[in-house]
Design a protein around this ligand. Structure first.
Ligand SMILES: NC(=O)c1ccc[n+]([C@@H]2O[C@H](COP(=O)([O-])OP(=O)(O)OC[C@H]3O[C@@H](n4cnc5c(N)ncnc54)[C@H](O)[C@@H]3O)[C@@H](O)[C@H]2O)c1
Length: 329
């Protein structure tokens, strides 16, 4: 029997509820059964776009339904921990959108709640399947770059952080938004190496919001690599998407679609264009289904996302204190 899925949050900003619905529907072993959103207008949108599923009037009603075995949270960031813990306590599997939650303490509480019932807890870190990231990962893993010492990863532009994205108490701000993807990608590239210290700068301004509109976070890993992420919505010009440097070669991606490799390659100094890998977000739900139905490994292990959250915690503390912050092993 396919596992019944309930979506919580059916928002209009990026149509992410619809995105999850479409992907669940394409996945063997999962079946979309229900939707809930606190906003009646978004419930109406769900009724129109998902006419064959139950649209619940309350979160509790969705949790009470035996049809729903997996709860997918697609809501503002401050709600992920409480909704996830409630769903785990109700005996459901949980998949939460990024950012998993606001800090390591919330993350630990979510993991503990899932452990109590033995149900799954995972995070939609779909940008581990982005083509640009997969391209950089492949170059690092191939050893082409030699001894790696520096990674710079940036997503910047000029846009208004709309709705809850511009509200601190809702978990808005650039670090929880794009930063959640970029810190997670760095952790994945570096594992089993761990982050040991963080220094961060936050800029507030340029838009009428109470969240940071730009942040630069420098992260030292215990393998000697110095990484930097730079995310912002107040940059009229941008840094490259990636610059990854090793002693033998470096990879530059000025944007999402172009990649240059330069260095000592096959015994001589060379520069060449590298094909950019295809993005593969569609692999996520089949991997989750394989975990739930066949015991395959979890596609995203929350204990690894916890490492990225420890970087985010340290970055906020560094921003507050102006000091470098150590991360406990
Ligand atoms: N992985 C990605 O590529 C990606 C892309 C965009 C958004 N997201 C994530 O998706 C989540 C939602 O972002 P969005 O862009 O869809 O926002 P949104 O504002 O478009 O939608 C959020 C929806 O949640 C509803 N909501 C708020 N509180 C709720 C609650 N307690 N219970 C039920 N519904 C509630 C709102 O009414 C709204 O309809 C965030 O975690 C965001 O980071 C991820």
């Amino acid at each position: 029997m396919a596992i019944g899925v309930g979506l919580v949050g059916y928002g209009g900003q990026f149509a992410m509820g619809k995105h999850h619905a479409d992907n669940v529907r394409k996945t063997d072993g999962l079946v979309l059964k229900g939707v809930f959103d606190v906003d009646p207008a978004r419930r109406d949108a769900a009724k129109t776009e998902q006419p064959d599923v139950v649209v619940y009037d309350t979160f509790e009603a969705l949790l009470d339904s035996a049809d729903i075995e997996l709860v997918v949270l697609i809501t503002p960031h401050d709600t992920h921990a409480p909704l996830s813990i409630a769903a785990s306590n109700a005996g459901k599997h949980v998949l939460t959108e990024k950012v998993m939650c606001l800090n390591v303490a919330e993350c630990d509480a979510m993991i503990a709640a899932a452990k109590k019932t033995g149900k799954c807890l995972s995070v939609y870190q779909n940008r581990r399947l982005d083509g640009d990231y997969l391209t950089v990962k492949k170059q690092i893993e191939s050893g082409t770059l030699g001894n790696l010492f520096s990674i710079e990863s940036s997503v910047n532009g000029y846009w208004f952080p709309a709705g809850w994205r511009g509200v601190k108490k809702s978990g808005g701000g650039m670090l929880y938004d794009w930063g959640a993807h970029l810190t997670d990608q760095l952790v994945q590239l570096m594992l089993p190496a761990r982050p040991v210290s963080v220094y961060a700068n936050f800029h507030y301004g340029g838009h009428d919001v109470d969240v940071e509109t730009q942040t630069t976070v420098s992260i030292r890993f215990d393998n000697g690599v110095m990484a930097q992420i730079d995310v912002g919505c107040v940059s009229w010009l941008t840094r490259p998407r990636w610059l990854v440097r090793g002693e033998k070669a470096a990879v530059l991606m000025p944007d999402w679609e172009t990649c240059t490799l330069r260095g000592m390659l096959n015994g001589s100094e060379q520069q060449m264009s590298i094909p950019v890998e295809a993005s593969a977000w569609e692999r996520f739900y089949p991997a989750l289904s394989a975990h739930l139905n066949d015991g395959a490994p979890l596609p995203v292990d929350p204990t690894e996302v916890r490492i990225a959250l420890s970087v985010i915690d340290a970055a906020f503390e560094s921003g507050r204190t102006g000091r470098s912050v150590e991360i406990a092993p």
